[in-house]
Every structure is written in C-alpha cells, then in structure tokens.
Design a protein around this ligand. Structure first.
Ligand code: NAP
Length: 310
C-alpha cells in the first residue's frame, strides 16, 4: 500500500511530491495523460521566481520532476479511471490496475475551454494562447493587434493585461454585453486601447499555411456578416473547467466543479484526501500559487499520517 498517491503532475503535483519525498513518504505520482500539466503547453514562463531569463514550460516541469525524484518520488504514467474514497485504504483504479493509498493528494488541474474552430489547435503556441499572464509579453505580440475572445472576468483580465503589450486589443464577444463583474467591465471598456466587437463569433483562426496567427475570421451573429480581422495573437478566455469529473459524488465541489477544502487546510471533505492547484482554484491559477498549494497539501498529508500513526 502507498502512503501518499499524488494524482496529477503539474506544478502542484510535483511540488507535493518533492515535499512528501523529503519527508520519506516515497510518494507515487500518477502523471495523467499530460505529464507536466498545462504549463508544458506554454512556451516561455517568465513569472516563475528564480528564472530571470524565463524558462521553457516543459523544461520547468522536467526540472520539478527530477528534483522530486532525487528524493525518492516515483512517477507512473497512468490515468486514474475511478476513485473510491468511501473506505480506507483508498482505492484508485489506474489504467485497470488497483492502487491502494493511505492518503491521496488530488492535483489534477484544469483544462482551458477551447473554441473548437478550425486553426485553433494547429496554431496553439504559434499565436493562439489561453493565458495572457504567461504569454502576453512574448516579443511577437508586442505592438501588434491582438484578439481576446470571451465576455467574462477572465476575458476582461486578459484584455486589460494585454493593453501593456498590444497596439490594439479587440475583445470579441458573442453577446452585446459582458458577463464580467461591473468594475472589471467598466475598467476595460474605458481603456482607449480596447475595442469591443459585439455579437460576434470567431469562426476560424488564420493562417495554418503560414504556421502562425495572422488573422481571425469573424461572423456577426445578428447580421450573419463575415469579415477578416488581422491580428498577431488570439487569447481564448472562455472559461476553464477543473479536471474533477472522476471524483464527482465523493468529494465536495462548488457548482463549477472546483474542489472545496478547509479555510486553513488543504483537506477535502474526506479525511486523508487533500487537494492542490487549479482543480481547487479559480481565482489565482498561477504556476507559483499551484506550487505553493502543493507544498501545503504535502505538509497536511504528512501531518495527517503522523497523527494516524501516534
Ligand atoms: P465565465 O464567467 O464562465 O465566462 C466565460 C465567457 O466566455 C462568457 O462570456 C461566455 O459567453 C464566453 N464563452 C463561453 N463559451 C464560449 C464559446 N464557445 N465561444 C465564445 N464565447 C464563449 O468564465 P471566466 O471569465 O473564466 O470566469 C470564471 C470564474 O472565475 C468567474 O466566477 C469569474 O468571476 C472568476 N474570475 C474572477 C476574476 C477576478 O475576479 N479577478 C478573474 C477571472 C475569473 P456568455 O456570456 O455568452 O455565456
């Protein structure tokens, strides 16, 4: 039986692994289908402390893994298909195999919602991005027209942030008003660098043939009129969902599926099951805050095990 199983291998997962490994708990990290998590899809990470020149997202995650493995963490390329937290030890089904655990740290992260239009996936990291904080300052976005898609707080936040870099920020939204909180919407719309394009959907990202973003194809949903808007970047901010589906009915979540935990504790409603990172956080969603939460979950799990064994 494992003392600690960590589900997920992003910043939260590997930081939890580092700390539990150093506590000699020999954690098992189940990597999931995307080892390294969302950060491996970003190009340069410039806001993780300790890397003044920035660091490639994939490299950062590889380094985190190596650091945790140096102290005895083990990685297993596996996807959790089912979890049974109704009794102890907890039982996870991982690619058909049964894994028993005294404690579990859920660090499954979240996935950005995609528009699902032609060109979007093929041009990801080549001008299509889901994180302005991560990518907005990249040289090829500077002083260029940029498109933000969405009408919620995320879209407002992303667009506001991008006004520092882009020449003009087009906010493309499928309605004629924003869903975002009033203060964020007002602040955004008062910015002279922001031009909203209402009642409009992005129907294609161009240009796959040039292997970079050059424009978006738009369709006005009221008039049906189509147009092409030149831009160097498309920032998709239409929300993102936590990867918590498999824990449904066992772990308490909010109405959007984000896992709930104690005020000063990472413990979920099930004693012995802890949570860290984007699957529990819709507010900060940064690599460094996930890493911090992973550290906290590891310390909580270690203390929980120590109390059990007294
Ligand atoms: P959200 O509030 O769900 O907004 C998503 C936006 O994307 C909506 O405007 C929605 O349009 C649009 N959208 C959804 N699917 C689309 C599609 N397929 N094509 C085009 N547009 C699409 O998501 P969010 O902005 O990420 O915010 C999530 C939560 O985090 C919210 O509770 C928010 O308040 C919070 N948040 C807070 C802050 C902050 O306070 N600093 C920052 C970011 C997020 P419709 O309006 O037509 O549905």
């Amino acid at each position: 039986m494992e003392k600690v199983v960590i589900i997920g291998s992003g910043c939260a997962g590997w930081t939890a692994a580092l700390y539990t490994a150093r506590a000699d708990l020999k954690p098992l990290v189940l990597t999931g289908r995307q080892p390294g998590g969302l950060l491996t899809t970003t190009s340069i990470v410039e806001n993780f402390p300790g890397f003044p020149e920035g660091v490639d997202g994939y490299e950062l995650m590889t380094r985190m893994q190596k650091q945790a493995e140096r102290f005895g963490a083990r990685a297993s390329f596996g996807t959790v298909e089912a979890a049974d937290f109704s009794q102890r030890p907890f039982v996870l089904t991982v690619d058909g195999e049964r894994v028993e655990a005294e404690t579990v740290i859920i660090a499954t992260g979240a996935s950005h919602k995609h528009l699902g239009v032609p060109g979007e996936d093929l041009l990801e990291t080549k001008g299509v991005t889901y994180c302005a904080t991560c990518d907005g300052a990249l040289p090829f976005f500077r002083n260029q027209p940029l498109v933000v898609v969405g009408g919620g707080d995320s879209a407002c936040e992303e667009a506001t942030y991008l006004t520092r870099f882009g020449s003009i920020i087009y906010l493309v939204h499928r309605r004629d008003s924003l869903r975002a909180s009033k203060i964020m919407a007002e602040r955004l719309l008062a910015n002279p660098k922001v031009k909203p394009i209402w009642d409009t959907a992005v129907t294609e990202v161009l240009d796959v043939a040039q292997d970079k973003v050059t424009a978006v194809k738009l369709k006005n949903l009221k008039t049906g009129e189509e147009s092409i808007l030149p831009c160097a970047g498309v920032f998709v901010a239409i929300g993102h969902g936590p990867n918590t589906e498999i824990f449904k009915h066992q772990i308490k979540t909010d109405e959007n599926g984000f896992i709930l935990h104690g005020l000063h504790s990472t413990m979920t409603n099930v004693p012995g099951v802890f949570v860290a990172g984007d699957c529990a956080d819709h507010v900060y969603r940064q690599a460094i805050t996930s890493a911090g939460a992973g550290c906290a979950a590891a310390i909580d799990a270690e203390r929980f095990l120590a109390a059990q064994n007294q």
